[in-house]
Write a protein that binds this ligand. Structure first.
Ligand SMILES: [Zn+2]
Ligand SMILES: [Zn+2]
Ligand SMILES: [Zn+2]
Ligand SMILES: [Zn+2]
Length: 154
């Protein structure tokens, strides 16, 4: 009987050690599994405030900003790491960001090189992942030049 109890105790300890953790932030409560890759992640989509563009939800971040999730939702075959459709589907800079940002459980090991994007007007480097730019037939425009163009059009 005592042996049994000890085993139960042992089991409990093992269970605590292998408690699932969010693969992104390490939290152990309120978790769910991702549809795309089956990893534990915070079930925190409800924390997100509509249109706030906040990056405070692990679940949402993985869902929105990774190749893993987009590959899954687009129904591609094989692994996203070597999926030609994913590679073609994004601007290289975004492809690299989607594949290497901190919202990934596994990152691209050999991200392709890319030329930084420059504003077509002032030549400032635009970091596509950060947003706040516009893209038109004339190229990419930084936030400042975008506003100037917008004002000129009026
Ligand atoms: Zn998390
Ligand atoms: Zn995933
Ligand atoms: Zn894919
Ligand atoms: Zn500019």
């Amino acid at each position: 009987m005592t042996k049994k109890r000890q085993q139960a105790k042992e089991k409990r300890r093992q269970w605590q050690d292998s408690r699932p953790r969010c693969g992104l932030c390490g939290k152990t409560s309120n978790l769910t599994k991702t549809d795309c890759c089956g990893n534990w992640i915070c079930d925190d989509e409800h924390n997100y405030v509509m249109f706030s563009y906040a990056h405070n939800s692990c679940h949402r971040n993985h869902n929105r900003y990774t190749l893993c999730s987009s590959h899954f939702h687009e129904g591609h075959e094989g692994s996203w790491q070597d999926c030609p459709k994913c590679r073609e589907g994004f601007e290289t800079e975004m492809y690299v960001w989607y594949g290497t940002n901190e919202y990934n459980f596994e990152k691209l090991t050999n991200p392709p090189a890319f030329e930084p994007t420059h504003c077509a007007k002032c030549k400032k480097v635009i970091r596509l992942a950060e947003g706040g730019y516009s893209h038109s037939v004339d190229g990419y425009f930084c936030g400042r030049c975008m506003n100037i163009r917008f004002a000129e059009q009026k």
